[in-house]
Ligand binder design. Structure first.
Ligand code: NAD
Length: 251
């Protein structure tokens, strides 16, 4: 038995990277029921967490998806709201369609997910972690859309923490720096760097060495365990915070 035994947890962006690592972490802790959300229905179907599992394929920015999930989320205890996309592009070459795509998935989607999770917890309380990014705290060229969306996620976590406190709901954000997941493959600057370094693994390793005092990027299972801490009773007095996990990049 663990403190997570018998609990119901919602994970968005569950099919890959940090979300999939959270599914594995929560299943290992003995959660009874998982509500898993992702755009990629095939990858979602391939997950086998070994507990009761409801899968919802769809876009977190689609209000109709949350209507479908609404009834299943009654009595929710835990939520990892994590679905997101990455992109890069400078403001002088501003591409409004790209801006909308990033803001839609990362911020509209987060607000809708958060509303559903909080409604599911309002009777008995619970704990929620939002995956933000250190890009929401530290400015870098080319990160306008992504950085603005993640700064918005951090503020959403803080407002939700204040609204949730009287209902016994804790809400925190995690702000990872680089994590070795498939999200990097969407970023044009990273694809160029892979060419330069002669491969993906070499590029991730070189970026970790260049960008962080600790000399490396994180693994998704490390971030999942940190999210797990924020969900756990060990974090019972922590709400509205941003846990920066970036190997010292933002120092
Ligand atoms: P990933 O690409 O491996 O996983 C993201 C998952 O989210 C994918 O399965 C994708 O299908 C899903 N998704 C994307 N848009 C969606 C949408 N609109 N609706 C439903 N599902 C959607 O990437 P990851 O690195 O595991 O990313 C998880 C979160 O971590 C993201 O919010 C990302 O911004 C954040 N993050 C990642 C890093 C990193 O370096 N990998 C750093 C900081 C923050």
């Amino acid at each position: 038995m663990t403190a997570f035994s018998g609990r119901t947890a919602l994970v968005t962006g569950a099919a890959s990277g940090i979300g999939a690592a959270c599914v594995e972490w929560l299943a290992k802790q003995g959660v009874a029921r998982l509500l898993l959300v992702d755009l990629d229905g095939d990858k979602l179907d391939a997950l086998d967490p070994g507990c009761e599992c409801l899968r919802f394929a769809g876009d977190v920015a689609d209000p109709k998806l949350w209507q479908r999930i609404g009834a299943a989320s009654a009595g929710l205890d835990l939520a990892v709201l994590n679905a997101g996309v990455a992109d890069s592009g400078t403001l002088v070459d501003f591409d409004f369609a790209q801006w909308r795509k990033v803001l839609s998935a990362n911020l509209d989607g987060m607000a809708l997910s958060l509303g559903c999770a909080m409604r599911g917890m309002r009777e008995n309380g619970g704990a929620i972690v939002l995956t933000a990014s250190v890009s929401g705290l530290k400015a870098e060229p080319g990160t306008a859309a992504y950085g603005a969306s993640k700064a918005g996620v951090i503020q959403l976590a803080k407002v939700a923490a204040k609204e949730g406190a009287p209902l016994g709901i804790r809400v925190n954000a995690i702000a990872p720096g680089g994590v070795d997941t498939p999200i990097w493959d969407q970023v044009p600057m990273f694809r160029d760097f892979v060419q330069e370094q002669g491969g993906r693994e070499a590029a991730i390793s070189a970026m970790g060495k260049l960008a962080t005092p600790l000399g490396r990027y994180a693994r998704s299972d490390e971030i999942a365990a940190q999210i797990g801490f924020l969900l756990s009773d060990a974090a019972a007095t922590i709400t509205g915070t941003v846990l920066v996990s970036d190997g010292g990049y933002s120092l």
